[in-house]
Write a protein that binds this ligand. Sequence first.
Ligand SMILES: [Zn+2]
Length: 188
Amino acid sequence: MSAPLPERLDPWRAVKFKAAFAGEASLRSFPRLAEAVLGTAGPARYEIRFGLDEQGQAVARGHVSMVLRMTCQRCLGEFEVSVDTPIALGLVHVRGDSDRLGLTQVEGLAGDLEPLPLGDDEPVRVLDWLEDELLLALPQVPMHPAGHCVAAVTLAASEEMVAERPRNPFAALAALQARRSGPEADEH
Ligand SMILES: [Zn+2]
């Protein structure tokens, strides 16, 4: 069993000792996310493992999932978005504190790894990384899934409007949203 994340940790020690963490975190841990959503249907669940990949690159891999309540941009009703997103970070050592967050040259990072510049021995709040991933995974246009939106029912009932509009203008967006929400969302 993996322990929950501490509030802060030394990422390089975590890599060295192949630390693995798993647990839950409430919306209170994610103030930026809290501003972007109405609420949650439960805590975030995460697991994250530190270590070196085959190329000797320091990595942090895992996933984070959370069910968030958002406002549907079509009917302004509330609906739930199930987010389940992978974490694939390549930890890049930046010496000194110049350009720590700036233009760091990162070469040879494996394809799916997102570079994360880090200082020498600065403790980091890994929950911030999870929050970033959740924010990135939110739908850009939050909407009810197809067939669940009050506005969509009204639209379909009006044959004139259906005839005037391109066929099912929301289908592409809904499909995109389902993809972005991950495979779990497709099962509903
Ligand atoms: Zn709706």
